[in-house]
Design a protein around this ligand. Sequence first.
Ligand code: NAD
Ligand code: SER
Length: 317
Amino acid sequence: MQRILVTGAAGQIGSELTPALRERYGSTHVVASDLRTPAADSPLSGGPFELLDVRDRTRLQAVVVSHNIDAIYHMAAILSATGEANPQLAWDVNINGLVNVLEVARATGVRRVFCPSSIAVFGPETPRCPAPQLTVLHPSTVYGLTKVTGELLGDYYVQRYGLDVRGLRYPGIISSETPPGGGTTDYAVDIFYQALRTAQYTCFVRPDTVLPMMYMPDCIRATLALMDADASRLTRHCDYNVAGISFSAADLAAEIVRHIPGFACTYEPDFRQAIADSWPQSIDDAPARTDWDWRPSFDLASMTADMIRRLKPRLAA
Ligand code: NAD
Ligand code: SER
């Protein structure tokens, strides 16, 4: 049975990935960790937790050794909008944190590392519809820079040290359990909370802004599928494009109106518009489909219906 460490487990994805891993491998075999202590009723409460700053290599190694960890899901990061507010912090956490994870894995005999990348690796020169798997990677955000570097570094550890490092270029992730942590795609989550609370939302990107997105159940399924995949089938390591749903902000608002007829969305683009404009509208994920049979299961209508079904009772309470 694998013994797993999840870094950044209290975040949007880690807080749903950790319970999914515990369901498969057993609660005591999956150690959650983060900079911040989760609340007692958090989704992380069902198993071991360690306070851990991934920039602290000594502590990271102590946690890995003391729990006899053999796989790391490295979710700790600073996302795009927060990264633009503090580029030095984004570089420090995203690059030095990743180097520590890879070095500790190498030093302790961890067999497999999951290291997420992002659509933020693409930039204004990348074809936008769809962004190919192999293409220009010239991002305009520091977050994107760290993700390109992370992909290359992960691939280097595969080739140089034989460490099994795998990663996906996640689209913007939409979820109902834990709010997102400072990204450009956060409007596609915030809009649901405000629609249900006040029937109004002021969106920080233009209505015609189309971005690749994915609903959390598909994100978790893609992550587990890549980590389960037979290594001999993989033609790539740390940079798999993976597609879910592409829609504009106006498409999303219109879909929400089908459930909340009085909902009104207005648009006041801010600095995040330029980030969104530098990313593609859709992505070509042919290698993921061929190598590990990837298929998304949620479209805009089913994702919207499920988000509202989950959030409505919680926000009403
Ligand atoms: P998030 O911001 O919600 O969570 C990140 C977590 O990392 C937070 O709980 C934070 O406390 C923690 N953290 C920050 N600095 C840390 C440090 N120094 N040491 C330890 N923990 C630290 O992010 P997320 O959305 O869960 O993203 C997880 C991964 O997926 C990241 O690598 C992110 O770049 C990638 N990703 C996310 C999305 C998305 O839409 N959510 C899209 C593409 C890629
Ligand atoms: N959702 C992320 C962000 O907007 C993309 O990596 O930063």
